[in-house]
Design a protein around this ligand. Structure first.
Ligand SMILES: [Zn+2]
Length: 265
């Protein structure tokens, strides 16, 4: 197998989940789904009701979005042109537009595109190849882990960014306490939706190899999706409290997600 992030052939089988095989790259540490379904099949997965039409509490979604943007606010200048790549229903875009920026999104789901249209926001099904050096910022929030060809994509995104533009990334962290405790049963381990599982080391190598300078790369105890499960709120609160109560000293590992700010070189 070839690592999709660093192209090393030095990989090893780790486990199976949902009928998919997960390998680990011995060079950069990336965990990845080794046999990715075709683009056509993936599209069908994303149109499934359980994925696309998950009802989430609107207030929580808003809170999560504001928390996400707060961590990057220093780098968002007035009237920025922003692309949210993997924007879902476009909630983050709405907030950015309300704050005076121009934001648009890309999402694979036809339904999300339609939802965006009704809300008056632009969601395309792919990156517009004509857009070169068009964006001040590209956001990949809980989206890079879904990508089948990350090197191809990151280079397309780099071309779409203005020189000196920023990439904001938020992905699950495979070196987290969650993975150490739950292993492959961690809710985040969900191929064929999540195909890539980054650590600080693999993210660092991936971005540097593809022309980005890392400004910030840190793990976060509270991920931007604070309550990721489609379960009653009280159950989520209980899980989160129980999780935070396990002393970190017992398990030498990091927070649930990685937050990255990278600059186009
Ligand atoms: Zn690798």
């Amino acid at each position: 197998m070839i690592c999709p992030a660093c192209l090393s052939k030095n990989t090893a089988y780790r486990f199976d989940k949902n009928g998919f095989r997960i390998e680990e790259c011995k060079k950069c540490g990336l965990f990845f789904c080794s046999k990715v379904p075709t683009a056509e099949k993936l599209k069908k997965y994303y149109e499934k009701d359980e994925y696309c039409c998950k009802k989430r509490n609107a207030f929580i979604v808003k809170l999560e979005n504001k928390y996400f943007l707060r961590r990057f606010r220093k780098y968002i200048k007035k009237n920025s042109v922003i692309l949210d790549y993997g924007c879902g229903k476009g909630e983050l875009i709405e907030i950015l537009n309300k704050r005076g920026h121009y934001a648009e999104g890309v999402d694979l789901s036809q339904r999300n595109k339609e939802i965006g249209r009704k809300k008056g926001i632009k969601i395309n099904s792919g990156l517009d190849p004509k857009k070169k050096r068009a964006y001040d910022i590209i956001i990949m929030r809980c989206s890079l882990e879904h990508m089948a060809e990350p090197i191809l994509l990151i280079n397309k995104l780099k071309n779409a960014l203005k020189d000196g533009g920023y990439l904001f990334i938020d992905v699950p962290n495979i070196n987290s306490k969650d993975f150490k405790v739950h292993g492959k049963n961690w809710v985040i381990v969900c191929p064929p939706y999540h195909l890539l599982y980054f650590s600080k080391k693999s993210m660092n190598a991936f971005l540097k190899n593809n022309g980005f300078k890392i400004i910030k790369l840190e793990d976060s105890k509270i991920p931007s999706y604070i309550f990721p499960f489609n379960t009653p709120l009280i159950f989520n609160v209980f899980i989160k409290i129980a999780y935070l109560m396990i002393p970190s000293s017992l398990i030498k590992s990091e927070g649930s997600s990685l937050m990255i700010i990278a600059k186009k070189c």
